[in-house]
Design a protein around this ligand. Structure first.
Ligand code: NAD
Length: 448
């Protein structure tokens, strides 16, 4: 392309959810002029007034500083975004489709189409959402059809690896940057969006578009596989009386294996891993290489079986019949330090317990509003004490510090029976047993 490189590009960030809001705020923090765009008026109004509409440590403070600097604003107006920015980051959702394992691409397509209709000068559209391989090529064609003739618009893919709960540090100091580009111009222009990070020697891998799309789903598939691997071992442990927590520890000292993501328990959930491995397996089949990643279906099944196994252990603790049992469910978010309940194992377990007639009370430090909205049929407590009061069984489902720090003796005085299921291998089993609790955990023997 003959378009000049802009040293300090102005940016739009389209889609201001967990990923987009974080990206917009961090880019403004790095000194760029940024406009965040979303179709959700409430979200835009909240962000513009200095309120982050989800839980992410440190982000509210950074938002207010960025707004005060005058470098960040939010709008629902795509014409404004097209006019105000040189580089446009696409950060909208790519959830699982309602009727198939595929990714639902309607939000990406709508965002890119609406933007493209207003573009009238050189622009770089940078996808950050997690998408099926081939999306960037498809969007390139779409943009060419929509953008006014003669407008130099290019597509790039810059997958995002941030973790909720660590979103700021993962954005400002990522483990690596991946630039999927189809021209030197795109590579150079994208580099100018991350000048400070590249100067700080964040590793950069420049790839073609397909590889960049693949990196993200390959990374998530690997992480999901590692979790399901140790949970498969937990199933074997359950059949043999072996202890998966000792097994995991012994494996972890092998530096080729490593201990991270080798934690047995209730398994993975959230708005990324489950839908990403399903969409990847589906896309691989479309591409004729379904067999290469057929194991991802097993990874998914192993993961889902852990939720049923947790219900089995709770049922076992109340003599095989959950009807009328009072169950305290600690946690709703898919992981601690997040209020995200998308595909949350915790709420899945709570729902299954209730379906068998248990009286279920849920408490989570941050995810209560989201949980109530998604599962209004469950009962909710205002705090930990209220949740466990008179419980027949306590089930730890999300390993918030507030739960793992709780004193087993004090907790024991509140419940009706001292029985606990540690769905996350996060509690001190000895401390609970010493305090008279019947302690159970996935993949560990009942009586060690
Ligand atoms: P999210 O649901 O929190 O946010 C998506 C946002 O896009 C919403 O605010 C929605 O209103 C908005 N949106 C929908 N259609 C739009 C349109 N046409 N124009 C403008 N905005 C529109 O989702 P998220 O968690 O931020 O995920 C976004 C993408 O990033 C997904 O592809 C996800 O897989 C990927 N990702 C997420 C994370 C994470 O930790 N959440 C990490 C890495 C990658």
């Amino acid at each position: 392309s003959d378009s000049p490189i802009i040293e300090q590009p102005r940016m739009s960030v389209i889609g201001t959810g967990y990923l987009g809001a974080t990206h917009a705020i961090c880019m403004a923090t790095l000194g760029y002029d940024v406009v965040g765009v979303d179709v959700d008026e409430n979200k835009v109004a909240a962000l513009q007034s200095g309120r982050v509409p989800f839980f992410e440590p440190g982000l509210p403070e950074l938002l207010r500083t960025a707004l005060d600097s005058g470098r960040l604003r939010f709008t629902t107006d795509f014409a404004d975004a097209a006019a105000s920015a040189d580089v446009h980051f696409i950060c909208v959702g790519t959830p699982q489709a309602k009727d198939s394992p595929a990714a639902d691409m309607q939000y990406v397509d709508a965002a890119v189409s609406r933007l493209a209709a207003h573009l009238d000068r050189p622009a770089l559209i940078v996808g950050k959402s997690t998408v099926p391989i081939g999306t960037a090529d498809r969007l390139t064609t779409l943009v060419q059809e929509i953008a006014p003739a003669g407008t130099a618009v290019q597509l790039a893919w810059n997958p995002e690896f941030l973790r909720e709960g660590y979103a700021i540090q993962d954005t400002l100091r990522p483990d690596r940057l991946v630039f999927g580009v189809s021209s030197d111009w795109a590579r150079e222009q994208l580099s100018r969006c991350y000048t400070a990070l590249l100067a700080a020697e964040v590793p950069l891998v420049v790839t073609d578009l397909a590889t960049a799309e693949l990196v993200k789903v390959a990374a998530n598939s690997f992480l999901a596989t590692k979790i399901s691997y140790i949970n498969a071992m937990a199933e074997v442990c359950e059949a043999t009386g072996a202890d998966v927590s000792l097994l995991a520890r012994a494996l972890s000292y092998d530096s080729r294996i490593g201990g991270r993501f080798l934690k047995p328990g209730l398994g993975f959930g959230g708005g990324c891993l489950p839908k990403d491995i399903r969409a990847f397996a589906y896309r691989a089949e479309e591409l004729g290489v379904g067999q290469a990643v057929a194991f991802l279906r097993e990874v998914d099944s192993i993961n889902v079986r852990r939720r049923h196994r947790t219900v089995d252990i709770v049922r076992d603790l109340v003599s095989g019949n959950l009807a009328g049992a009072r169950i305290a469910c600690l946690g709703a978010a898919f992981k601690p330090n997040s209020d995200d309940i998308r595909d949350a194992p915790a709420l899945d377990v709570a729902r299954m317990l209730q379906q068998e007639g248990a009286s279920v009370t849920v408490f989570d430090p941050e995810a209560m509003d989201n949980a109530r909205r998604a599962y209004p049929q469950l009962s909710y407590a205002d705090n930990l004490v209220e949740a466990v009061l008179d419980a027949d069984v306590v089930v730890l489902l999300t390993e918030w510090d507030e739960f793992t720090d709780a004193n087993p003796e004090i907790l024991g005085r509140l419940v009706s029976s001292r029985r606990i299921v540690d769905g996350r291998h996060a509690l001190n089993a000895d401390a609970y047993r010493s305090a008279g609790w019947e302690y159970r955990a996935l993949g560990r023997p009942e009586h060690p």
